[in-house]
Design a protein. Structure first.
Length: 437
């Protein structure tokens, strides 16, 4: 009901038009009412009754046929008085009818004129409202283009009188400028942090690796070196995750058409050795699911989901990846077996450094940012991600991104995905790292 009410609600332009027309009508009604009262009073004064004595005086004036003063006892005296009374009544009746006709004509013609004025006011109000709201429409169009293209360099650059609309447009341009500077600063920080944080870790990894490989290295040194390499690798994954998360929460700069089925097929090929090493049986059903996005970020999204499904599975577990389109969305669904996930913890797994049963990530299986990156990437692409616990254990994670109809038509013309209906299986005997078939 709320959505229907919002759709039926008139626009600002319509409300302004109705307001202008209402003011015209109110002013016209008041003016017509005042005119009616003035005309009525004037006609009332002109319609004062004529007394019978004045009529008799006129009838007795010199030169009239019946001049003179008839005696009260004569027969003509009563007849003359009756004639004067009838004349006075007829005169009053004629004046009343004339007054009613005049006032009625005034109301009729005034109402017609008022209707014409209201129609003209409606048209002029519509045009005036459009002209008054034209700068606001320009601001709205600019905001829409910035939201769609993520181009923070665009400005309204409104040129007009110094009024409220001018101040609004200038404030919007100032906000866009500050946002552009903030995002540029964030990108520079991410680039600098990527170099400054990764370089020491790379040096540490090289030093530890050289020390472990020395011929005179003792067993204790080798064990210590292996532990340090594990810790160093975890720190590298953590930094990669933080930098990726910082980038995906910004904007999608290099968006283009891509098919989630192709991305999922490529990721499954890469994940084959790890799935085989853990004895996970993986299958897929890949139908075309064309969307628009950054290929690197979308591949990282799918990779994080598949790796999470493998690493948080049990030996001999199952993994399934499906893609397709539904209701204008390109969908990716990754399901896996594993430990039972409480329903109240399903949404918390998308928070940074969150794991089931603990508030912080303290595991060598990942940095605790994989699903956070998935959600940030999906949100940056205008999509959603949901996680639903499976009754027997494990999760079913669904990512929905806006479908790209034009790219979908090109994809259909080029032919279906050859792996779309071919299930992929990685059995427990494929621990040698063979590619999933």
């Amino acid at each position: 009901m709320t959505g229907v009410a919002e759709r039926l609600r008139p626009t600002i332009r319509m409300r302004l038009t109705l307001l202008y027309t209402g003011l015209f009508l109110c002013a016209g009604v008041v003016l017509l009412g005042l005119t009616y009262i003035l005309v009525q009073n004037n006609l009332q004064r002109q319609s004062e009754p004529v007394s019978g004595e004045k009529v008799l005086d006129v009838s007795r004036a010199p030169g009239t046929p019946d001049a003179g003063t008839p005696d009260a006892g004569t027969p003509d005296a009563g007849a003359s008085w009756v004639s004067s009374q009838r004349f006075e009544g007829a005169l009053l009746k004629a004046r009343r009818e004339s007054r009613h006709e005049t006032l009625g004509a005034l109301l009729t013609q005034g109402g017609i004129a008022l209707g014409l004025v209201a129609a003209a006011g409606l048209g002029f109000g519509w045009l005036l409202a459009d002209r008054a709201l034209r700068p606001v429409h320009k601001i709205t169009e600019t905001a829409g283009r910035v939201a769609r293209s993520h181009d923070l360099t665009e400005r309204i650059a409104y040129e007009g009188p110094r009024d409220d609309v001018k101040e609004l447009a200038d404030a919007f341009d100032t906000m866009l400028g500050r946002l552009a500077r903030a995002f540029d600063g964030q990108r520079r920080f991410v680039a600098n942090a990527s170099h400054e944080l990764r370089t020491p870790l790379a040096i540490n990894r090289t030093l530890v690796d050289v020390a472990v490989r020395r011929p005179d290295a003792t067993d204790d040194v080798k064990r210590l070196g292996e532990s340090l390499l594990v810790v160093n690798g975890r720190h590298e994954r953590l930094i990669d995750g933080l930098l990726t998360l910082a980038g995906t929460e910004n904007v999608v700069a290099d968006a283009g058409p891509l098919d989630l089925s192709d991305v999922a097929s490529h990721v499954l090929d890469q994940a084959g050795p790890e799935a085989g090493a853990r004895g996970v049986t993986a299958g897929h059903r890949l139908a075309p699911a064309v969307t628009s996005g950054d290929p690197v970020l979308v591949e990282r999204l799918v990779q994080n989901l598949v790796e999470n499904a493998i690493r948080h599975n049990h030996d001999g577990g199952d993994l399934s990846v499906t893609t397709g389109e539904s209701g204008g969305w390109a969908e990716l669904r990754v399901t896996n077996t594993g430990p039972v996930v409480p329903a109240y913890e399903a949404e918390t797994i998308f928070e940074p450094f969150r794991r089931l049963g603990t508030d912080r990530a303290h595991s060598d299986r990942g940095s605790g940012l994989g699903l956070s990156i998935v959600r940030a990437t999906a949100t940056a692409h205008g999509g959603t991600v949901t996680a639903v616990p499976r009754p027997g254990g494990g999760l079913a994670v669904t990512v929905r991104l806006p479908a790209s109809p034009d790219a979908a038509a090109d994809e259909t013309a080029s032919g279906p995905n050859p792996r779309a209906a071919t299930p992929m299986t990685v059995s427990t005997e494929r621990n040698e790292g063979a590619r999933p078939g």
